[in-house]
Design a binder for this molecule. Sequence first.
Ligand code: 3PG
Ligand code: MG
Length: 400
Amino acid sequence: MTIRNLDDLLAEGVSGRRVLVRADLNVPLDKQTGAITDDGRIRAVLPTLGALVSAGAKVVVCSHLGRPKGAPDPQFSLTPVAGRLGELLGAPVHFATDTVGESAQATVAALADGEVALLENLRFNKGETSKDDAERGAFADQLAALGDAYVDDAFGAVHRKHASVYDVPARLPHVAGRLVLREVEVLSTLTGSPERPYVVVLGGSKVSDKLAVIEALLPTVDRLLIGGGMCFTFLKAQGHEVGTSLLEKDMVETCRNLLERGAGKIMLPVDVVAADAFAPDAAHDVVPADGIPSHRVGLDIGPETVAGFAAALRTGARTIFWNGPMGVFEMAAFAGGTRGVAEAIAESEAFSVVGGGDSAAAVRSLGLDEKSFGHISTGGGASLEYLEGKTLPGIAALEN
Ligand code: 3PG
Ligand code: MG
């Protein structure tokens, strides 16, 4: 497998060349104000953009934001991202109000060497996410016409078979950017021979989303700690009632089977924070995991669970992978589990990888120092699919 990277492109010389950079600038926005609530993904592509700017390239950045349905939709505009990117680069970013149309063409044509343009949301175009190869290809043709070379730095989107990720690299000289390279290097140490004990913490709402990764990880991990909304289907599989907590009934049997196969490895909550409603100010208590009242909803793991998980992480691990919050951390009353686990990982001597937009945002919103983690991945679905051993379309496209 040979993937050329940014250094190879820089060695060829990029001065005066149009370099199309696929970034993942899909940042969370405040629902009321539309302001960017976490700019981690913008900061993550600065090393690649900075190197291209310094080398005198005409840098054309493209990205998706959210999931618009193939047509322009103002709530998913990249306008606020252009502003923030410009602040972080310390230079104005020329924003095109369409992706491949007149505005994009004029904006790119007007770029001077070392300047940066950002195209409007890729997903305002049906061709970007189309399952039809010809429709995707037609859009990829238009996109590729805006560059002389292509850099993929959108790690969070490499698991998507989309035009900008999969079809454009077939049309232009292509390399992996600094972020994609680093992400793949780090994740490959986890699938290779991680230092043991190797402890994985999984949370988030759905077991069904995590099933494939649990299957793939069970044989290789030493410990698997399960929290978040998905733990209730496991508790049910253990024979406990879970009140009105999140439950995937059709996954109970699967969870029972996983618990059997993972005996001695899988750790589940022993207590949970149970509330009388899904609301920030709901009345709530800590209850044992086998004693959740029938009218209550579990919204976080409890303190005894946090202590157990923290011990496994702080002293019992040499390598840690964490994906998914332990509870509804956006509500202060139910953030204790996620905070406790995050702090234990931060304090651990282990090499730690935090995977996923939500967990990464949790680390930052809880005010923890990003430097106390080995690597904070910008990709949620992408890092999970990588660990599952799946072929990622965006990476495969760079290999050819
Ligand atoms: C993400 O946020 O997970 C990535 O940006 C990919 O977005 P998607 O799940 O909408 O394809
Ligand atoms: Mg996602």
